[in-house]
Design a protein. Structure first.
Lengths: 340, 428
């Protein structure tokens, strides 16, 4: 079985950036996640694959959702999980990232899942020689959040292609629109890179103040006009917009933002019938998305959360699986699905 | 007093000649000078330069002796071929009074490795609000002529105007750290393609250029001298070129690292590349080299900024800004300016000694290599090429971006008023 370690030249054996994944590696992760998803349908939602391995969730920022998603993923693979909440930056806390890393290394962490407010902190952790274990980026500053992009791609493939029909497939030709605070969004950065790798066409929509200088080199298009882009979208991904951005003059008022860039029922009506609405959560209802849209059957926000566990199981399995039996052997699909 | 004969060095890269040092002074320059009982330095193939002058050095004392002291910093300066450095004012306490600048000046005299010319703060505590006692600092033993809030920009236009006007009374100059503060809140690196990908807060070129534009206009308006610290963008070059074309009294410096490195290096997230102003793009590097060659930029200044290891051995956002530079400056200038054909050695002498001394109004530095002049001299072996090894630095800090990088040129001897501070590349 193709494994992640060694395939990525910059940070072999780690998952730091969506840019480090090839098309085939990404499809492998998505296919593996489909297998993992079936575990959730079994009476005992657990695989023995990572028994005896230790996964540390190292969270320098509060993020209950992401942490419990990784925790559930690791536990379903029978790994031992240690949650290390180092709230606040290493500076204000007085302990350096390095000392924290050395501590985890001494405890024998096989993988470190890190969430950090500083862009590049996971990269430093993976390349500094402080630890030997695999590093998984669970969101760093305004840089990247690769497992979020993977679960978004997984959700898209399920919705637009199908769970079984999608196996082995990418998202070639699909049109995905990402709307909101691109400037400060690690979700947008990872999604642009990963969706491009999978063959999708990405359009970013935001007020010009929330688009980074230098975006012209990204593999996507940029529009300031949501209404013009909606009819051509297979999926619209709404990013969380923090209200306090208003105070830094990124936009005049919350209401003006919602009018120009928020997704309401009328706007959703302009999307093609098959198109879905995505949101990485937590949602600002009434800001970037109205309750009508958020609660509609076209919104995949809750599915995304469930899919997140499957994707993170797949990532941890592929990074740490080592010489364990291929996961498919222990999964119900091979037992139940005997058709060719 | 001792006599030293430097035999066969190419003076400013030109004709080979002998230079006889008698006591603190150059006694003779010519060919076939008899050694007599002088100590002979065989210098065939080497280049003799006037002792280098740095307009922009952080010696960290008082306050941050964990990163550098006047003694270790001046040792590093001597190893790098410098005979005079300007010590920036952002110490603890800030060098904003006659007492602090005199202390730094005295520590420099005691070190004996390199003259230390303190820079005085423009405003009290570098806070940009009230003028420091500029006149008192000038009249002190330190004889301060360069004033700077370096590290912070004098962003209030009225304070800047007043400072420019006030120091005219004693031929002072304000050296501006051009950084519009509001445009650089949370800034971590150059704003552009790389920052967009890395998700690091952008430090836009316009934040530097808008302040330079304002300050050259202010200098013109009040008829004062203004010096622009560590110019880093192609746009800044255009502004300085324009100001000079008007005949305004504007001078500018560039650091060695801005002549060589670009923001592509930040992709490593290694804080050794974190510096203020930040590393820019290839186009900026090209413009800076050309501007130094054509004289738009007057001089090279190191912005030697020592930091203890722990302040760099961390994630990017938590790291301190700055790089050490005294011991590698001449090599980087040889690599970027001499080997590229942009400057000859006479040009290097001009940009690293004559002009910075002139801007700082130092009387005994940046002088010609001729009889009767103070014997402040630097001997360079330009044929040398080797990797940078921070373990061998004289500086107390090791935060160099050049570790392991192969660079040309080596300072073999440095003479401060006739005394060899460096002999065969080793501190004397």
């Amino acid at each position: 079985m193709l494994r992640l370690p060694g395939t990525n030249p910059r940070t072999p054996g780690h998952l730091i950036s969506a840019a480090d994944l090839s098309r085939d590696e990404t499809v492998l992760i998505l296919d593996t996640a489909e297998e993992m998803a079936r575990v959730a349908d079994r009476p005992i939602k657990k695989l023995p694959t990572l028994r005896g391995r230790t996964v540390v969730n190292l969270f320098f920022e509060d993020s209950t959702r992401t942490r419990i998603s990784f925790e559930a993923a690791a536990k379903r693979l029978s790994a031992d999980v240690i949650n290390f909440s180092a709230k606040g930056s290493s500076v204000s806390k007085g302990e350096s990232l390095k000392d924290t890393a050395l501590t985890l290394e001494a405890m024998g962490a096989d993988a470190v899942v890190i969430r950090h407010g500083a862009s590049g902190a996971p990269y430093r952790l993976a390349t500094s020689g402080w630890i030997d274990g695999a590093v998984v980026n669970a969101g760093d500053g305004t840089h990247e959040h690769p497992t979020q992009a993977l679960l978004d791609a997984f959700t898209l493939r399920r919705r637009l292609v199908g769970a079984d029909a999608g196996l082995g497939h990418d998202l070639a030709g699909r049109r995905v629109t990402i709307v909101g605070d691109v400037l400060h969004s690690r979700v947008a950065r990872s999604n642009v890179l990963l969706l491009h790798t999978l063959g999708a066409h990405v359009t970013l929509v935001a007020p010009p103040t929330l688009v980074p200088i230098g975006v012209e080199r990204w593999p996507c298009e940029v529009s300031y006009d949501l209404d013009r882009v909606l009819p051509d979208s297979d999926a619209v991904m709404m990013l969380r917009v923090q209200r306090e951005r208003m105070n830094a003059a990124f936009f005049p008022t919350e209401r003006e933002y919602a009018r120009r860039y928020g997704l309401d029922g009328d706007r959703m009506g302009r999307m093609p019938g098959h198109a879905v609405v995505m949101h990485p959560g937590p949602m600002n209802r009434g800001m970037e998305i109205t309750a009508e849209v958020a609660d509609s059957g076209r919104c995949t926000a809750v599915e995304q959360v469930a899919n997140g566990v499957s994707i993170r199981m797949a990532v941890l399995y592929l990074l740490l699986g080592g010489n364990e039996p291929a996961v498919t052997h222990s999964l119900p699909r091979t037992e139940e699905n005997t058709q060719p | 007093m001792s006599t030293i004969l430097i035999r066969g060095a190419k003076i400013l890269g030109g004709e080979a000649a002998d230079v006889l040092i008698d006591g603190e002074t150059i006694a003779r320059v010519g060919t076939g000078i008899e050694a007599g009982d002088a100590t002979v330095v065989e210098a065939a193939g080497q280049v003799l330069l006037p002792g280098l002058v740095d307009l922009h050095t952080h010696l960290r004392e008082p306050g941050r002796e964990d990163s550098e002291t006047v003694l270790t910093g001046t040792k590093a300066a001597a190893v790098g071929g410098f005979t005079a450095v300007h010590a920036m004012a952002n110490t603890f306490p800030v060098a904003d009074t006659a007492g602090v600048v005199e202390q730094v000046w005295r520590l420099g005299r005691e070190s004996g490795y390199c003259d230390v010319q303190p820079v005085g703060a423009v405003t009290v505590g570098l806070e940009g609000k009230n003028l420091a006692e500029l006149g008192a600092m000038h009249e002190s033993a330190a004889r301060v002529r360069v004033f700077s809030d370096d590290g912070k920009c004098v962003d209030d236009a009225v304070i800047m105007r007043r400072a420019l006007e006030y120091v005219k009374a004693f031929d002072g100059v304000v050296a501006q750290h051009a950084q519009e503060p509001r445009l650089t809140e949370g800034a971590q690196m150059n704003e552009g393609v790389v920052s967009a990908e890395l998700g690091l807060g952008g430090w836009p070129a316009v934040a530097e250029e808008s302040i330079i534009a304002r300050d050259v206009l202010l200098a013109a308006h009040v008829g004062s001298r203004v010096h622009i610290c560590h110019l880093s963008t192609a746009g800044s070059v255009e502004l300085v070129r324009w100001a000079k074309s008007k005949g305004w009294q504007v001078t500018a410096e560039v650091t060695p690292h801005h002549l060589l490195l670009t923001d592509e290096l930040v992709r490593s997230y290694n804080p050794v590349y974190k510096v203020n102003p930040p590393l820019r793009t290839e186009a900026d590097v090209t413009a800076l080299r050309e501007a130094l060659a054509d004289g738009t930029i007057d001089c090279v200044a190191t912005d030697h900024a020592p930091h203890p290891h722990e302040d760099k051995d961390c994630e990017w956002a938590a790291a301190a800004m700055g790089m050490v530079g005294l011991e590698t400056a001449l090599s980087v200038v040889q690599e970027t300016m001499v080997e590229t054909g942009l400057l000859d050695w006479a040009g290097v002498a001009d940009r690293m000694s004559f002009r910075p001394a002139l801007i700082g109004r130092l009387e005994s530095h940046g002088r010609p290599v001729s009889a009767g002049e103070p014997a402040n001299l630097t001997l360079v072996d330009p044929a040398y090429r080797g990797p940078v090894d921070p373990a061998g630095f004289a500086s107390r800090s090791r935060n160099t971006p050049y570790e392991g990088r192969e660079l040309p040129g080596r300072v073999t001897h440095t003479f401060l008023r006739g005394r060899a501070t460096v002999v065969d590349g080793i501190l004397a």
